[in-house]
Design a protein around this ligand. Structure first.
Ligand code: PHE
Ligand code: ZN
Length: 860
């Protein structure tokens, strides 16, 4: 039953299902093209609900039989499912359906990846497995029996605890049978099944109350050596959640499976997390430090979902941020504790500005809790995840650490086993603190990035900050109410000593003034410390003041931010006025880099500069039309100026941060490599690639090998190394993804589209694999000057491939179409070029619901 015209679903229309499920028994008879799924479900009416039509979701199911209390019921086919005549009393449902996992290229429901069966059910994939009320507020206990031909699938897994290998003698030949039982009620989106030829990296964890949990990471034979790091991350996560949130694991086993074909990063299925192999497999030779860090965070994220997402789930998909914002916040806290908190904070803000700000300030802007959607897959966004996490961070800042802990305990006590809402979440904070959070709630309902403007006044020993806020209109929201914005502020005296430690101002109105009396000399404020709110900050301060803060701010985030602002202002004036790089920035940077007391990872971040797309956004914001080639030139010029200005310290920075000890992915040595590689990037501009060539030859880990290769490509010296790299790694899928990306990222702007097009013809461009598709076409979108080259070739190439991928994998297509979301920033010629591609995509017959919704919204 294909969905003809896309329907819009509204939060305000929420209605409970009307039926309660006692238990679900599923039997899978696995077959690559004809898997049978038999479901036996006990339903009873929910008498609190009066109107209770019995509607079950189902998509692409071949029904073999349906029985209600043993009889064939009357069935009414509807779009997306069926309504069935059932008694208004408890009854037994039995259905048998056939599905074809091999034909499932969308990677939702049950599908095959390299000969292995696996599932992905969030958000609405379970309806492709059997008839079911596929909605998160229907929770049930599942028992799953998996039958298969043992030859191809020696390992079979599902949620909960395994009751292993029962031989069934009634079948000839006797099939392999595994039964899994999950004692915890869960929504269908957390269901998972995996079967295949897998090997395990095993371990165990003893919980705080002394229960031993069997841990396993399951991978394809040949990947066993890439599991150790993930396993350590898992054990650290389990311990951390006990220590910091008092949350203990609740099953006898915990399984992680790595799959190569996966639309997203990973999935928190109860007791059986399924990971994109790129987000769990790691080894020093094949993974960069950034990969290790990301893997650690994602393992933690999925594990933490066990409580925030699984034990307490979402009532409906509009509440997605309830689990995602909170779980991102928790994984960020975990990373702060495992690594350097200031470095982690800066990295998170960089990601927020790179992904969430453009979304929130463009045609795809939506609230952290959206109010309508056509395809829920399109709302797994940076806004729901990252801004959702920022909102929780602000809540914690406003109520304080102790009240936050109290509120979280109340949340777990009160809502364990519930499918909850944002209202429930905020009520817990109100009850725990006595605070009225009705204004705070606007962070969930208003989209857009608030712009905060600060004006200073100093008179009679008093510094006054006049602060105002304004949020520009966003699609569907013409007017905005003031939000409550926590602004962390500290004051420094002119010697650089802190005279007022960090204090949090609560901006509630559109304009407010805050006074700091008792300062005989005019203090210098450091505003929005730690990036205490996800806002744009406008502050008229000159370069000397920024340089002063870069040298003295006691808040590590704002110290970094001052350098960033100097770099930003330098770049913007060189784009607008052709001016030379700012000397105050270059001098300040040198001082910071020379300071050996500063963490190398922090200094490496100091060496970075705003990305070209960030600059394009800023220019647009300031009323200019960004010219990608001018932005590219200014960025390159600033890099060259840094190389020249730092030429006397770069060799030392590089040499002093070589790690002698055997490889470790921990923050310390990773930070040293980060600084050495940041220095290498600049050194290459001075030595033509000599140091990079040496590093490439000597590298015994991917962080150094890849950085050297990138530097060589920048110096036009990389062709030979590129071939050698391919020959060395041709059998490693994840490294070959890097090989695809790197060539596009390091292409000259005018060549990027050609390089990408040429690579689409490479025999390893397996475009149906989402990782490979993203490696190539995602890299093209990230190459700002290449993607926006005036020829329009990159726009056309991306559109060609989106059109090709859409019928195969709508979810990934829709996600990749966001490359066009900023199109209205650019000149009319580029807008016409992009507009033509958007038209071409939207005119495709049978364009998926996912992509239709995205293109429609992007076009505005
Ligand atoms: N829920 C997953 C996570 O955040 C993300 C995901 C969504 C994965 C949809 C697959 C499909 O960890
Ligand atoms: Zn998540």
């Amino acid at each position: 039953m294909p969905d003809a015209s896309p329907q819009t679903i509204y939060l305000k229309d929420y209605k409970p299902f009307g039926w309660i499920i006692d238990d679900v028994h599923l039997t899978f008879r696995l077959h690559p093209t004809a898997t049978r799924v038999i479901s036996r479900i006990r339903f009873r009416p929910d008498h609190d609900v009066h109107d209770r039509p019995f509607f079950l979701h189902g998509e692409d199911l071949k029904t073999i039989s349906i029985r209600v209390d043993g009889h064939e019921p009357t069935i009414y086919e509807q779009s997306g499912g069926i309504t069935v005549d059932v008694p208004d009393a408890p009854f037994n449902w039995e259905a048998e359906v056939e599905i074809n996992p091999s034909a499932n290229t969308a990677l939702e429901g049950l599908y095959m990846s390299n000969g292995m069966y696996c599932t992905q059910c969030e958000a609405e994939g379970f309806r492709k497995i059997t008839w079911y009320p596929d909605r998160p507020d229907v929770m049930a206990k599942f028992t799953v029996r998996i039958e298969s031909d043992a030859e191809h699938t020696p390992v079979m897994l599902s949620n909960g605890n395994g009751l292993y290998y029962e031989q069934d003698s009634t079948k000839t030949p006797a099939p392999n049978v595994t039964i899994y039982q999950d004692p915890w009620p869960k929504p269908a989106y957390l269901f998972a099944l995996v079967a295949g030829d897998l090997v395990a990296h095993e371990d165990s964890f003893t919980t705080v109350s002394g229960k031993e949990v069997h841990l396993a990471i399951w991978v394809r034979p040949g990947d066993e050596h890439k599991c150790a790091f993930g396993m350590e991350a898992l054990k650290k996560s389990m311990k951390w959640d006990e220590d910091v949130y008092g949350r203990e694991y609740d099953l006898d086993e915990f399984n992680i499976v790595a799959v190569d074909d996966f639309n997203m990063g990973a999935m928190e299925n109860k007791g059986l997390n399924i990971f994109n192999s790129s987000c769990v497999l790691a080894s020093p030779e094949t993974s960069t430090d950034a990969n290790f860090e990301r893997i650690e965070a994602i393992i933690a994220h999925e594990y933490f979902h066990n409580w925030t997402g699984n034990r307490i789930t979402c009532r409906d998909w509009f509440q997605l941020c309830l689990k995602e914002g909170l779980t991102v916040f928790r994984d960020q806290q975990f990373t702060d504790d495992m690594r350097s908190a200031p470095v982690a904070r800066i990295s998170n803000v960089l990601a927020l500005r790179a992904r969430q700000f453009p979304e929130d300030q463009g045609p795809l802007s939506h609230p952290v809790r959206p109010e309508s959607f056509q395809e829920i897959n399109n709302f797994y966004t940076a806004t729901v995840y990252e801004k959702g996490s920022e909102v929780i961070g602000m809540l914690k800042t406003l109520v304080g650490d102790e009240a936050y802990a109290k509120a979280l305990n109340l949340y777990f006590d009160r809502h364990d086993g519930d499918a909850a809402t944002i209202e429930d979440w905020l009520k817990v904070f109100e009850d725990a603190t006595g605070r009225d959070l009705s204004q705070f709630k606007r962070w969930y309902s208003q989209s857009g990035t608030p712009r905060v403007t600060v004006r200073e006044e100093y008179a009679q020993d008093t510094l006054t900050l006049h602060i105002s806020q304004r949020t520009a209109p966003t699609p569907g929201q013409e007017t905005k109410e003031p939000q409550i914005i926590p602004i962390a502020v500290g004051l420094l005296n002119p010697n650089g000593d802190e005279v007022q430690e960090t204090t949090v101002l609560e901006l509630r109105d559109s304009e407010q003034s805050f006074s700091f009396p008792g300062h005989a000399s005019r203090p210098v404020p450091s505003i929005l410390r730690g990036f205490s709110a996800p806002v744009l900050l406008d502050q008229e301060i000159d370069a000397d003041r920024r340089a002063f803060l870069l040298a003295h701010d006691t808040d590590p985030f704002n110290r970094w931010e001052s350098g960033r602002m100097l770099a930003r202002e330098s770049l913007l004036s060189s784009v607008k006025e052709g001016s030379a790089p700012n000397a105050a920035y270059l001098d300040g940077l040198k001082l910071v880099l020379r300071d050996d007391t500063l963490d190398p990872a922090y200094r490496a971040l100091m060496l970075g500069q705003p990305s070209q797309s960030e600059l394009a956004g800023l220019l647009h914001d300031a009323g200019h039309v960004p010219a990608p080639e001018a932005i590219h030139a200014a960025s390159e010029a600033l890099r060259q100026a840094k190389a020249d200005h730092l030429s006397d310290i770069l060799p030392g920075l590089y040499a002093d941060h070589q790690v002698e000890e055997p490889f470790s992915a921990e923050a310390g040595p990773a930070g040293q490599r980060a600084l050495a590689n940041a220095a290498l990037d600049l050194l290459t501009r001075l030595d033509g690639g000599a140091t990079a060539a040496m590093q490439y030859t000597r590298a015994d880990n991917m962080t150094q090998q890849l950085a050297a290769l990138g530097a060589l490509l920048d110096a036009d010296q990389g062709q030979e190394a590129l071939t050698a790299f391919y020959d060395q790694w041709r059998d490693d899928r994840l490294v070959i993804d890097k090989w695809f990306s790197l060539q596009v990222l390091h292409a000259k702007p005018g060549d990027a589209a050609d390089v990408a097009r040429r690579l689409t013809n490479h025999m390893d461009f397996d475009w149906k694999n989402p990782n490979r598709f993203r490696a190539l076409l995602g890299a093209l979108q990230m190459h700002h000057a290449g993607f926006h080259h005036e020829s329009g070739a990159a726009y056309e190439l991306l559109a060609d491939w989106l059109i090709r991928l859409d019928p195969v994998n709508p979810q990934t297509t829709a996600r990749m179409s966001t490359a066009f979301q900023t199109w209205k920033r650019y000149d009319t010629k580029r807008q016409a070029l992009i507009g033509a591609q958007l038209d071409r995509i939207s005119k495709q017959p049978e364009l998926s619901r996912d992509t239709t919704e995205m293109i429609t919204r992007i076009r505005g």
